[in-house]
Ligand binder design. Structure first.
Ligand SMILES: [Zn+2]
Length: 419
């Protein structure tokens, strides 16, 4: 592992991890509830000293899988601290038919539906569980729209750590079932994810639990950045031109920016890819701030979208996401629920990947960006597919029509086929 400091993204001050756990004390002291977080912390390493571990030959000789592969730029001391529920590198799929359909010959799908608990969130949860183990924390808690909680519950279960989950009672049943099956203390909230977020922070203070809340815990970004590192390695040590990111809290966007920025700091790439953040029309506070060039993100108090994973009215990492958009000359776009439903069907039928609504939002956004000429056909594009359709079967049923059952006879088959 590499020693690290925690740099405040707002005031730039460096903090020592032993002294500061979550946010920059100065910048967060005026934090108002239900607002994007001030004083988010960014891990910084001695990049010059560790770059050699990521040169081509060194990586080829590196036999570690999953997060441990990147240990020299992670806030963890030992590879053995990572949970045994390995978060291996996920496939970067060429998706040939989708390439033809969208006229994007260099389109790649980063398929995180195959993660141990079936979403991108295993990256952050495995990281936080590893940190918690090294700090002898017995209980870890989080608020979540569902996937982060599922991942935390699963990763914690694999090492015998207690997890406490605050999730909206309205979360898809499959996610609640996963959380409960993994033995977490599930506390469903009669309210939004944003309210669950506030409550979980209070509960962690009260009961002394380690808090995994996305963005609030700086190591969530460090987990998520591993997707960028994998993409770089899988593209033969190249950065793509664009990464398409379904966006709720903005932490995946922060993670992708951080991963490529780490590579840039080690002089392993010469630029960070442009980010395209995709939100749902019924919950698009980051898109609105981007389009109006606003200094502040105005929270959406009544998020309304079937894409529950990005139904986040108060983007906690919104400040980081906006900085990432500016730094990468990125863009932000909203898509309707109907466009998301169409994208679920298209992704399934053309690429064989079953995605939950938020994950399909990536494709829905990319279709628009390509149609508007913002993403061009000669550019290399990676779309993040962040969660499995099995997480929310009810949503996918809106994308398809299940035929009526028939009698078990060949005649009935002929009739059904219309032949
Ligand atoms: Zn600060």
């Amino acid at each position: 592992m590499a020693a690290h400091l925690l740099e405040c993204i707002d005031c730039g001050k460096h903090h020592v991890p032993a002294e500061v756990e979550y946010l920059c004390p100065e910048c967060s002291s005026q934090q108002k509830p239900m607002q994007p977080l001030a004083g988010l912390l960014r891990c910084v390493y001695e990049y010059n000293g560790v770059a050699r571990f990521f040169e081509k030959d060194a990586l080829a000789a590196n036999t570690e899988r999953g997060l441990a592969r990147w240990l020299h730029i992670l806030p963890v001391l030992s590879p053995s601290s990572f949970p045994p529920l390995i978060v291996s590198a996920t496939p970067l799929r060429a998706a040939e038919r989708l390439r033809v359909e969208l006229n994007l010959p260099e389109l790649w799908l980063k398929d995180d539906t195959v993660m141990p608990t079936a979403s991108f969130k295993d990256r952050a949860s495995a990281m936080v569980v590893a940190v918690a183990r090294e700090r002898d924390r017995e209980t870890v808690a989080t608020a979540s729209t569902g996937n982060a909680a599922t991942a935390l519950a699963g990763q914690a279960a694999s090492v015998g750590m207690q997890s406490v989950i605050f999730a909206p009672a309205s979360a898809p049943q499959a996610k609640l079932a996963q959380i409960a099956t993994f033995g977490a203390r599930l506390i469903p909230i009669k309210g939004t994810y944003d309210e669950a977020f506030e409550l979980s922070i209070e509960a962690c203070r009260e009961f002394g639990w380690y808090n995994r809340n996305t963005a609030y815990n700086p190591y969530t970004v460090e987990g998520k950045k591993t997707a960028a590192l994998e993409i770089w390695e899988q593209l033969d040590y190249r950065a793509p031109d664009w990464v398409i990111v379904p966006t709720g809290d903005g932490v995946i966007a922060a993670g992708i920016e951080k991963g490529f920025s780490d590579l840039l700091a080690m002089k392993l790439i010469d630029r960070v890819p442009r980010l395209a953040l995709v939100q749902a029309e019924g919950c698009q506070p980051i898109v609105r701030a981007f389009e109006s060039n606003a200094e502040q993100i105005v929270p959406e108090h009544r998020p309304q979208t079937l894409a529950d994973s990005i139904s986040v009215g108060v983007p906690r990492a919104g400040r980081w996401a906006m900085k990432a958009l500016a730094a990468t000359r990125g863009t932000a776009i909203a898509v309707s629920d109907d466009e998301i439903v169409s994208a679920i069907a298209m992704l399934g039928a053309i690429s064989g990947i079953f995605a939950e609504p938020a994950a399909a939002a990536s494709l829905a956004g990319l279709k628009k960006l390509a149609a508007h000429g913002i993403v061009k056909s000669d550019e290399t594009v990676v779309a993040l597919i962040t969660g499995s359709g099995l997480k929310d079967v009810a949503a996918s049923m809106r994308a398809v029509k299940i035929p009526k059952p028939i009698k078990p006879s060949l005649d009935a088959v002929r009739h059904a086929l219309g032949v």
